[in-house]
Design a protein around this ligand. Structure first.
Ligand code: FES
Length: 319
């Protein structure tokens, strides 16, 4: 299932800066009713005043039923949704949200957890660590940011139940000062690894965990087809082998979105190439893989239709 569309109103009761370019919003039901239940790692879709729809992870404690807290990175180079939400809403305003959806949930039987957060990727991990603190379960967080002033939740993570479980590293924008994750990931330990952050961090962790059990490595990213678009993307045709339908897929639109626009459904969850739900057999043509799921030996015969495109003018898939 994709994230549900915004369906109910919530009131902004608190809005404040949490770090450079990162803004915290506390949302409550517009009629002060309890909010739908959720689990650690979940996100909601938020409609900003200009109609943009974006997903934001919940970062408070899932045990709280009276509020949702999100942290929004104001990205002037994005597609405008985050800037609109930060600049054009005030405390007291109402925005429409969808119910929580989780494509990044905690493994219930894992003995321990390694969290790797890059920048705003800390948000789902905050709710996960709050849940683990309450349950007394083991974890360690590696939190990688540009500088202390770009680090949301820095004060909170330095104390309380987080004390001794968090390593923060600031590279000051210098690639030479990147944190070396290899000593952390070199030996599979039985822990489950959860990584959320920018694409290069996700790819680095994927490359360093090829020798881990696939089931123990989890990624989340909110890069959708539009945000993942490249300037030289070309339109292509996807052929749905079961019906024979031929569908044009323009730049900035995913195969999945193009299929839906023509009335075809397919299972999906993260819609950012990280969960594997939309895995589809590739029957002909060459895919331009943009997911973090497929192994090299699967790429000739499988494709993640939520983010990947085609290198050939036409591809055929088993849908
Ligand atoms: S829906 Fe998660 S990889 Fe496509």
């Amino acid at each position: 299932m994709a994230s549900p569309a915004p369906s109910f109103p919530v009131r902004i009761v608190r809005a404040e800066q949490a770090a450079a370019d990162i803004h915290l919003f506390e949302l409550r039901d517009a009629r002060d009713a309890p909010l739908p239940e959720w689990s650690a790692g979940a996100h909601i879709a938020v409609r900003s005043p200009n109609g943009s729809l974006r997903k934001y992870s919940l970062c408070n404690d899932p045990a709280e039923r009276d509020r949702y807290v999100i942290a929004v990175k104001r990205d002037p180079h994005g597609r405008g949704g985050s800037v609109d939400l930060v600049d054009n809403t005030r405390v007291g305003d109402t925005v429409a949200i969808g119910p929580p959806h989780n494509a990044f949930d905690l493994a219930p039987r894992a003995a321990s957890f390694v969290f790797i957060a890059g920048g705003i990727g800390i948000t789902p991990i905050m709710s996960m660590m709050r849940t683990l603190n309450a349950d007394g379960r083991r974890y360690r967080l590696y939190y990688l940011t540009r500088s202390r002033e770009h680090t949301a939740f820095a004060d909170e993570l330095a104390g309380g139940d987080f004390r001794g479980k968090v390593l923060m590293h600031h590279d000051e924008g210098d690639p030479e000062r990147s944190f070396d994750l290899w000593p952390v990931l070199e030996k599979p330990t039985g822990a489950h690894v959860y990584c959320c952050g920018p694409r290069p961090l996700l790819e680095a962790v994927r490359d360093m965990t090829g020798h881990w059990s696939k089931a123990a490595i989890h990624f989340e990213s909110f890069v959708d087809a539009g945000a993942a678009a490249k300037p030289d993307d070309q339109p292509f045709t996807v052929v749905l082998a079961r019906s024979g339908d031929r569908i044009e897929v323009p730049p900035g639109v995913s195969i999945l979105e193009a299929m839906r626009a023509r009335g075809h459904e397919a299972p999906s969850s993260c819609e950012s190439g990280t969960c594997g739900t939309c895995r589809t057999t590739l029957l002909a043509g060459e895919a331009d893989h943009r997911d973090l799921v497929l192994m090299d030996d699967e790429k000739a015969t499988q494709v993640m239709i939520c983010v990947s495109r085609a290198r050939t003018p036409e591809i055929a898939i088993d849908r």
